[in-house]
Design a protein around this ligand. Structure first.
Ligand code: PMP
Length: 429
């Protein structure tokens, strides 16, 4: 599968800027387009949320209440603050941080989904040629953001608890030896139920990562820690873990982001981040010229849902039970159909939306590979693991794939895994 070339505009009156002309196509978009062509295909590829759990009634109720209120309704439909609704920022600060809420809400910016923040943060902190350290594997959309900016991504080895601090230190030492350490600007982590690997970092691992960053900041320019907490609320087993700032991360170089896309609705498009200065001011200025701030109505809606504690109710009564069942359906099917195949590896993720699967090493999962084609013929789609690896640092694991249990019903998940296992077995003979 190769990226579709941009249409040539040589005969057209409009010419594109160099950056627009070079904009990389998201490989996943092409996969999705293929999947939509075949409605029978069971897609375990899309990172979408479960359609049946979307909070239609909750949204209807709060939009109704807002619009019936003669002052709140018009206010919600007016432009808001560029930084985002103050009361919502305060509620987010209270929800996700142990203390210093006033400070956190002042250092916060609301965005149109957290992807927008990932792009803006990277644009504000880096030049082309700078370096981001990330997990191997990592969130492939962020890799595309970095490609878009001409920033190099370097993958760091991980285990079942996320990025390994020793591997992080080794990579930094290598980059120092190559004279590139000054160009390392961001360490990007998805510390809760990582996309794609599903791993959550325990507190001790987070502290060990912070220790590496502290040592680095002692001897050279600090590296910004960008902690993307997109899946924190989607926990099905065990206890929550404190975020980096609550574990004593240095606020001058720590960024925490989150989103209401996974725990509520991606269509509402509300993301948030807490930033050190001068990044906070720079982002605020960028947002002000780009869009004057994100949609105020969406922010008012989330604010009201948080005010009534209804997000937690929704999580407890609807989302967590639904996703736990789907996660169980996927893991049980993997145990039944895939585990007996020698060399297959996967973990049971305690939350999130993904299972990261390794098939026996001689097989490769890339789009267009024999296994890929066999899966399409069988009627099942996955995300090839190769999309999730940076081009530098830790080696690409060509025998991996991301499986999502967010969208499909339990029956279709089980059926999809069975079809996948049949394809794997057929390709091994
Ligand atoms: N971070 C991660 C790790 C994600 O998986 C996603 C969504 N797929 C996002 C951020 C961003 O989501 P949104 O822009 O909808 O907030």
């Amino acid at each position: 599968m190769s990226a579709a070339p941009l249409p040539s505009f040589t005969d057209e009156p409009l010419s594109l800027s160099r950056q627009a002309a070079a904009a990389p196509e998201q490989p996943i978009s092409r996969l999705m387009a293929d999947a939509l062509d075949n409605p029978k295909l069971i897609s375990l590829a899309a990172g979408f949320v479960d359609e049946h759990s979307l909070p239609c009634e909750l949204v209807k109720k709060h939009v109704g209440l807002l619009m019936r209120d003669p002052s709140e309704g018009p206010r919600a439909l007016q432009y808001g603050l560029a930084a985002g609704d103050l009361e919502l920022r305060q509620r987010i600060a209270r929800r996700y941080f142990a203390d210093a809420w006033e400070q956190r809400s002042e250092a916060m910016l609301l965005s149109t989904g957290s992807n927008q923040l990932l792009h803006l943060i990277s644009e504000c902190l880096m030049e082309a040629g700078d370096i981001v350290l990330c997990a191997a594997p990592t969130y492939f959309v962020y890799l595309a953001v970095l490609r878009d900016l001409g920033v190099e991504a370097v993958g760091v080895d991980c285990d079942a608890q996320g990025m390994c601090p020793e591997a992080l230190q080794e990579n930094l030492d290598d980059l120092t030896a190559q004279g590139k350490r000054q160009r390392v600007k961001i360490l990007y982590l998805v510390p809760y139920f990582d996309n794609p690997a599903g791993a959550t970092m325990p507190a001790e691992r987070r502290e060990a990562i912070l220790e590496v960053l502290r040592r680095e900041a002692d001897g050279g320019p600090p590296i910004a820690l960008l902690a993307d907490n997109a899946y924190r609320d989607l926990r099905y087993d065990g206890q929550d873990v404190p975020c980096f700032l609550d574990l004593g991360a240095e606020p001058r170089w720590t960024i925490e982001t989150g989103t209401f896309s996974k725990n509520l609705s991606p269509g509402i498009r509300v993301g948030w981040g807490v930033f050190p200065e001068p990044l906070h001011t720079a982002l605020l200025r960028r947002k002000s010229v780009i869009d004057f701030g994100s949609p105020h109505l969406s922010q008012c809606l989330v604010r009201e849902i948080l005010a009534d504690d209804e997000l937690d109710q929704h999580l407890c009564d609807v989302l967590r039970p639904a996703y736990r069942r789907k996660r169980d359906a996927m893991v049980e099917a993997c145990e039944r159909w895939l585990r007996p195949i020698d060399g297959v590896q996967f973990e049971n993720p305690g939350g999130g939306l993904y299972v990261w699967l390794k098939v026996p090493a001689p097989l490769v999962t890339s789009a267009g590979s024999p296994l890929w084609e066999a899966c399409i013929r069988n009627g099942v789609l996955y995300v090839p693991g190769e999309f999730c690896f940076a081009s530098q640092g830790a080696a690409v694991q060509a025998n991996t794939m991301r499986l999502s249990f967010g969208v499909q019903s339990e029956n279709r998940i089980a059926e999809g895994i069975k079809l996948l296992a049949e394809a794997v077995k057929a390709e091994l003979v």
